[in-house]
Design a protein around this ligand. Sequence first.
Ligand code: FES
Ligand SMILES: [Fe+2]
Length: 328
Amino acid sequence: MQANDAIAPEAHWWLPVAAVGELATDRPLGVTLLGQPLALWHDGAEARAFTDRCPHRGARLSLGRVHDGQLECPYHGWRFGADGRCRHVPALPDFVPPTGHRAVAWALREAHGLWWVAAAGAPAEAPHAPPLLSDLPSRRLLCGPYDVATSAPRVVENFLDTAHFGLVHEGWLGARDHLQVPGYEVIADAHGRPGVPDYRAWQPQGSAAAAGGAWVDYRYQLLSPYTALLTKKGVGDAPQEAYALWTCPTEPEACRVWFTIFTSDDALPDGDLLAFQDTIFRQDRPVLESQRPRRLPVSGGELHCAADRLSAAYRRWLQGQRITFGVC
Ligand code: FES
Ligand SMILES: [Fe+2]
């Protein structure tokens, strides 16, 4: 865990690092968050996250194994308990390690089928918990992961950008004869995060269930520096379908991405819903990975037009939050 004065602004959020199903109970899993390698492992009762570095000689704990509810380092076999404390040194079986012999433990929890880490290390330093999203449809499918060679903020901005629909997603989310972006209003939520409560788009195939072209009403919300939500409204503005974008900023110019599809449709097979989202993101990906710089410019260097006001508001918000990871 970092000392308080060393905590970067982005570390005040809990951030997703892996799908729940990726973590086996009998072996650790190496992940990276904000440039920090972490070892996730399961002590038999709960999942844990440690800094992926053994305090003995710096080997990666994620290359080790789980033994009797403890994490064993691959190099000299030191074993660490759930709280990080070293419990056993095989070269000195009678030695009782002092309390200072410990791996660094991070707070970890589950939400939306993902493991989330308090990026500052401890919950007290990361007040922004994973979003609840309890008012969305209860059928939920996780899509991903995608390891993307660009910054997490580039991916978030793309998710908030509608002016590319008729080009990148031609015949799906947009059409070349409907490229005009209608007027829309950017409104900050109660936390000051920019969003668009009402956005109307013409979409030839706006979802896996769509039976042809239609005008669709959306709501865009920013959830954190690296996560966002798109809600498709149904009757009386009730959420009919929603897509959450979860990015894990692994490195300043790389990220891991998942989507959760929330839908009230109970007829379409899971495979059709996942294939739709997969198709859309595979259309986005080559353009995203072509953008330079890979870090999102928040203080100038790119041109804006009025259709970009949501992404411009996102950049201003990142700048106001003093976010540094993945931006330039
Ligand atoms: S480096 Fe981990 S036990 Fe030696
Ligand atoms: Fe897109």
